[in-house]
Write a protein of this length. Structure first.
Length: 308
C-alpha cells in the first residue's frame, strides 16, 4: 500500500469520531468512581480498547456497505461518511477486512478483560453487542439504517453501550443508578443521529436509506431534536433537585445541558426544509452535543480528583 493509499485508508477510519464514544465511556467510568467504585488506569484502558476497536470497525464497515448509497451524498463535517471509497474504490477490500479484524480485536480485548480482572462474562456482551449493532447498521441482511431502525441503534450505542461499558468496567455491574443516568443519554443519542441525518436527506433518498429524516423531513427533525434536548434537560434537572445521585451533585450537569438545549431551540426556531440552511443548525447541534459531553466528563474528572 503506497503512501497515498495509506493516507486514504487512515482517513477512512475517521479516527477523530472515536471521541463520540470515548467521552461517554469515560463519563460512565467516572460516575461509577464517584459512586464508590475503584479501578486502575490499566483496567480502564483495556476495557475501553474493546469498545474502541468495535467503534473503529463501524467506521470501516459502514463506508464499505454504504459505498453505493454514498455516491449520492455530499460529504460534510458531520455526515456522508468519509467519502474515501468514492474516489478510491480499490480500497474497498481493505475496508472490509479492517472492519473484520477490528471486530476480532474488540472481542479478544473484551475476553482478556474478563479473564485478567475476573469480571462476569456478561462484559463480553458490550463488545459483542457493539460489534453486531455496528456491523448490521449497514450490512445485509439486517441493514438497520435502511429499515427505519438507524435511530434506535444509535440511541442504544451512545445511551447504553458506551457509557454502560465504562460504568461496568469500573463498578463491575450495571445498577439502577446507571440506568437512570442513561435516560438523558438516550435522548442525546437521538439528537446526535437526527442531526447527522439532516444534511443527507436527498442523498439518502437516492441511495434507498429509510432514515427518520427521509420519512418525515428536516422540519420534523429539528422539532424532534428540540423535544429530545428539552426532555434531557428536564431529566437532569430532576436528578439535580432530588439528589438521586448523591454524593454527586448534578446541578452543574443540568446547567451544562442548557448548551445543547439552547442550540436545539435555535435550530427549531430557524428550521428549514432546505439543505443549505439546515446544515448550519445540524452542525451546531453536533457541536453542542460534544461540548455537553465533554463538560460532563471534565466535571466528573475534577470531582473525582477532589475525592482523592
Amino acid at each position: 500500500m503506497g503512501t497515498h493509499a495509506l493516507g486514504a485508508f487512515i482517513r477512512l477510519g475517521r479516527f477523530r469520531l472515536l471521541l463520540s464514544g470515548f467521552i461517554p465511556f469515560t463519563a460512565g467510568a467516572l460516575l461509577a468512581f464517584l459512586l464508590g467504585a475503584r479501578f486502575t488506569p490499566a483496567q480502564f484502558f483495556l476495557g475501553y480498547a474493546a469498545m474502541a476497536a468495535a467503534h473503529l470497525s463501524v467506521h470501516y464497515s459502514n463506508d464499505y456497505f454504504d459505498a453505493d448509497a454514498d455516491r449520492f451524498v455530499e460529504t460534510t463535517a458531520i455526515s456522508g461518511g468519509s467519502g474515501v471509497l468514492a474516489t478510491n474504490p480499490d480500497l474497498k477490500p481493505a475496508a472490509f477486512w479492517a472492519a473484520v479484524v477490528l471486530m476480532a480485536v474488540s472481542i479478544l480485548a473484551g475476553y482478556a478483560f474478563v479473564v485478567i480482572y475476573a469480571y462476569p462474562a456478561v462484559f463480553l456482551a458490550f463488545a459483542v453487542g457493539g460489534n453486531l449493532l455496528g456491523w448490521f447498521y449497514t450490512a445485509p441482511p439486517l441493514r438497520l439504517a435502511y429499515r427505519n431502525l438507524g435511530e434506535v441503534t444509535n440511541m442504544i450505542t451512545f445511551g447504553l453501550l458506551m457509557p454502560g461499558a465504562g460504568y461496568f468496567v469500573a463498578m463491575g455491574r450495571l445498577d439502577a443508578a446507571f440506568f437512570a443516568f442513561s435516560l438523558p443519554l438516550f435522548l442525546y443519542g437521538l439528537v446526535f443521529i437526527v442531526s447527522v441525518e439532516i444534511p443527507d436527506r436527498e442523498g439518502d433518498i437516492a441511495g434507498g436509506k429509510r432514515t427518520l429524516i427521509v420519512r418525515r423531513g428536516r422540519v420534523y427533525g429539528f422539532s424532534l431534536i428540540a423535544l429530545a434536548a428539552a426532555l434531557a434537560t428536564a431529566t437532569l434537572l430532576l436528578f439535580a433537585v432530588t439528589g438521586v445521585f448523591a454524593p454527586v451533585d448534578f446541578r452543574p450537569v443540568a446547567l451544562f445541558s442548557c448548551i445543547p438545549l439552547g442550540i436545539a431551540l435555535w435550530g427549531f426556531l430557524n428550521r428549514s426544509p432546505d439543505r443549505a440552511p439546515a446544515l448550519r443548525y445540524a452542525t451546531a447541534n453536533i457541536l453542542g452535543y460534544f461540548i455537553f459531553q465533554g463538560l460532563v466528563a471534565v466535571y466528573f474528572a475534577l470531582a473525582a480528583a477532589a475525592t482523592r
